[in-house]
Ligand binder design. Structure first.
Ligand code: ATP
Ligand code: ZN
Length: 222
């Protein structure tokens, strides 16, 4: 892929819960994308930027490495990245107030819950081990964290772990799996992120222009 040195690169989720939110934000900011949905990149017709369509989990890495100057990602994915990386060169420039969800600790309905001390010596399955480990330390509880990359809600039934910590918006998935939330671990929303690496002067100026457009969009939604 040819990377144009004077164009900004903005990483957004290719397909998933953040892709419509991200596309809509860029559209509202007046950016017109050229290619269709299946391309890896799209050129913006009327602004010096290219869009890269990637897995959401890769967005913090791309932005922190400076491969992309901007990205749109869930606060949950960003926080997990920050906690597991030694020098995360990434900052939030605008919380977007969308794709809100919470990382919640949950257990089978019959589990007796007497506060976080219930977790002492137990196992917790999650896709967010760093966030859960920090939360356990804050609670002063010792428990082991088992990383799963998906289908976390199956862990209790599969006897992988009696507790899970997973993203919840309506709670329907938990309920469908006979689980109930017992504690809130992290509240998340989609955020616009920027690299903290030095940018060339043209890119810095374009970045400021992009940010003020986004801020303009967010103000009309307040
Ligand atoms: P990818 O294929 O890009 O890795 P994914 O399956 O990991 O996608 P999605 O399920 O599309 O990710 O979720 C992306 C983000 O949307 C989450 O990280 C979170 O910030 C947000 N989100 C909002 N509501 C929910 C929900 N109910 N469950 C999961 N994620 C949610
Ligand atoms: Zn993902």
């Amino acid at each position: 892929m040819l990377v144009d040195a004077d164009r900004l690169h903005i990483a957004i989720q290719k397909s998933g819960r953040l892709s419509d939110v991200s596309r809509q934000l860029l559209k509202d900011a007046g950016l017109r994308l050229q290619n269709g949905r299946n391309a890896l990149t799209a050129r913006v017709e009327n602004f010096p930027a290219d869009i890269m369509f990637v897995r959401d989990d890769d967005i913090p890495t791309f932005v922190a490495d400076g491969v992309c100057e901007f990205g749109i990602v869930g606060g949950n994915v960003l926080e997990e990245f920050r906690l597991s990386s030694s020098e995360p060169a990434i900052e939030v420039v605008a919380p977007l107030g969308q794709a809100r969800c919470s990382l919640k600790l949950a257990a089978p309905e019959a589990t007796v819950w007497e506060g976080s001390s219930t977790l002492e010596g137990q196992r917790i399955a999650t896709s967010y081990p760093a966030i859960v480990t920090r939360w356990l330390a804050e609670q002063g509880v010792r428990a082991s964290v088992v990383k799963m990359n998906g289908a976390v809600e199956l862990a209790p039934r599969l006897r992988i772990a009696p507790f899970i910590c997973d993203l919840v918006s309506t709670g329907a998935t938990l309920e469908a799996n006979g689980l109930r939330p017992v504690a809130d671990v992290f509240d998340s929303e989609a955020v616009l992120v920027r690299t903290t690496r030095d940018l060339s002067e043209p890119k810095r100026v374009q970045g400021e222009a992009l940010l003020s457009r986004v801020e303009g969009v967010l103000q009309t939604k307040d």
